[in-house]
Design a protein around this ligand. Sequence first.
Ligand SMILES: Nc1ncnc2c1ncn2[C@@H]1O[C@H](COP(=O)(O)OP(=O)(O)O)[C@@H](O)[C@H]1O
Ligand SMILES: N[C@@H](CCC(=O)OP(=O)(O)O)C(=O)O
Length: 279
Amino acid sequence: MGEEHNKQTRNVFGNSTYNSIVFKVGTTTLVHDNGKLNIARMEKLVRVLADLKNQGKNVVLVTSGAIGVGAGKLGIKNKKDVKIKQALAAVGQGILMQFYEKLFSEYNSTVAQILLTREDIEKGSRRQNALNTIRTLFDFDIIPIINENDTVAVEEIVFGDNDTLSAVVARLIGADLLILLSDIDGLYTGTPFEEGTSKIPVVEHITPEIEALAGESCTEFGTGGMKSKILAAKIATGAGIAMAIIDGANPELIYDVLEGKNPGTFFTPQKKYNVIGLS
Ligand SMILES: Nc1ncnc2c1ncn2[C@@H]1O[C@H](COP(=O)(O)OP(=O)(O)O)[C@@H](O)[C@H]1O
Ligand SMILES: N[C@@H](CCC(=O)OP(=O)(O)O)C(=O)O
């Protein structure tokens, strides 16, 4: 199955010319269990993204972690109350960006922060402004770093998870590829690591059977679990964008995906269709 995907990727994408790539990194990849940043992990990720930027690719990073890092900084355990989560995000977002700024600048890469709500991407003029900003940042060779604007996102306008946000951003900019870096290296046939479950290397069509496999997050900080990753895959592949889920513990796997190898789960792009409510 993995081999087939390799052949197919090479056929479809030639020499795998993914020029415009959106990466999404989850809290569980960026943050230790105690809420402190996993600096070694971040360094590896930043190194790969800066290198891809140097290769001339358009790179966007959608990053989670603001709430987790805020909780780590303040030593707060209550992450259920919305007001508290929003306050934690306000504390953590600055810390996250401070680290990204420091790490990317070591590779001479410039980054910019963009905080979005669902409303920003769905409304005509705001959507256009967001797109114009990202395109202009690309013109200046800058890497946009995007998160949900958690402090203002109320229920009606919340994405709630960055998997969905990253897919909507990929569709907005017409990316070729979306890569989700997670604490798990792909979609499994059941709860990962339980006996009898195995990883699914390639998903060609997101059927109800595939959707039924995806469960919630089992971790303290993760939001959306595999369910939101499958929704992201629906949005991305439906817009003709390939998607891969890989193990965030080893960001160098990104190079494998770009070479047409398959270290995680690969979702084959479909012909375009309209995702209701997210166009
Ligand atoms: N079928 C499945 N395959 C893989 N992971 C699954 C599945 N169902 C639920 N999960 C859970 O989803 C988690 C990944 O989502 P999440 O915790 O939100 O991570 P992230 O912070 O990377 O977004 C996995 O650690 C796993 O516990
Ligand atoms: N916007 C939130 C992250 C929400 C989210 O999707 O988290 P995750 O499941 O870790 O990708 C934050 O920065 O804490």
